[in-house]
Design a binder for this molecule. Structure first.
Ligand SMILES: C[S@@+](CC[C@H](N)C(=O)[O-])C[C@H]1O[C@@H](n2cnc3c(N)ncnc32)[C@H](O)[C@@H]1O
Length: 232
């Protein structure tokens, strides 16, 4: 497709990609496919938070709760709170929580840009694949910074804007959606998902500008996502 002519379509699809209604309708399709595609990433993000003992951990844009559950299994004494603005995603996480019998995870519907928590409430925060959907990523990060205690850890991961076509082809092998032909899926991932996301450098800069320090850039082998770790 001619690049100039496809720009309005890419802008429209990117708006749909970020809409709460679309997450309510299509979240379950995403949730079914993503686990197999980036399982190692959830594990890595949880391990970067580590064993925290009696602590409160925030999962911003928690979807069906995969990283929350990983954290909950590692931290039996912690309380993990997943926040998502789509009620369908919150319901899906609550169903999985019952199945997994992990009562120390809570899931609530809220916008990351206006978190319903007091200042300095959490000991750590994670977020996977969500910041690119926020209408103002910098504001969301300042909001997370506000609700974290001084010294608390943030582990943030997002699709890599600089992922190569080869990386995306490999990703599609694990993220097939039966009703979308591979060529169309590749175009969408390239132009609407990864293409409208963050490079590792841009994500690290945003994290720093939100007031975090000790910024580290990490990666997981064979996974086209970037990870930024920092502390308040
Ligand atoms: C790509 S999914 C990632 C879900 C989950 N973190 C995972 O890795 O499986 C993005 C999630 O962010 C949520 N989201 C997008 N914008 C949000 C916002 N402003 N506040 C809260 N959640 C948001 C969506 O509803 C969706 O569940």
């Amino acid at each position: 497709m001619n690049h100039t002519h496809s720009q309005p379509l890419i802008r429209l699809l990117t708006r749909l990609r970020d809409s709460r209604q679309v997450w309510n309708l299509m979240g379950s399709v995403y949730n079914k496919r993503i686990r197999a595609a980036i399982d190692g990433l959830y594990d890595r993000v949880a391990r970067e938070v580590g064993e925290t003992g009696l602590s409160l951990i925030l999962d911003a844009g928690s979807g069906s709760g995969y990283v929350s559950f990983q954290l909950a299994q590692m931290n039996r004494q912690a309380m993990i709170t997943g926040v998502d603005f789509a009620s369908g995603q919150v319901q899906s996480a609550l169903r999985l929580r019952r199945k997994k019998n992990l009562p120390h995870c809570a899931f609530i519907r809220a916008n990351v840009l206006a978190l319903p928590f007091q200042e300095s409430h959490f000991d750590a925060a994670v977020s996977v694949g969500s910041i690119k959907h926020w209408p103002d990523g910098a504001r969301g990060l300042r909001e997370i910074h506000r609700v974290l205690k001084p010294g608390a850890t943030l582990v943030l991961s997002e699709t890599d804007q600089e992922a190569s076509e080869q990386d995306l082809r490999r990703f599609i092998e694990r993220f097939k959606i039966w009703f979308i032909p591979d060529r169309l899926l590749l175009w969408g991932l390239k132009n609407v998902v990864f293409g409208q996301s963050y490079s590792q450098e841009a994500l690290a800069r945003c994290v720093e500008q939100a007031g975090f320090r000790n910024i580290e850039c990490l990666r997981v082998a064979d996974c086209p996502y970037v990870i930024v770790k920092a502390s308040k």
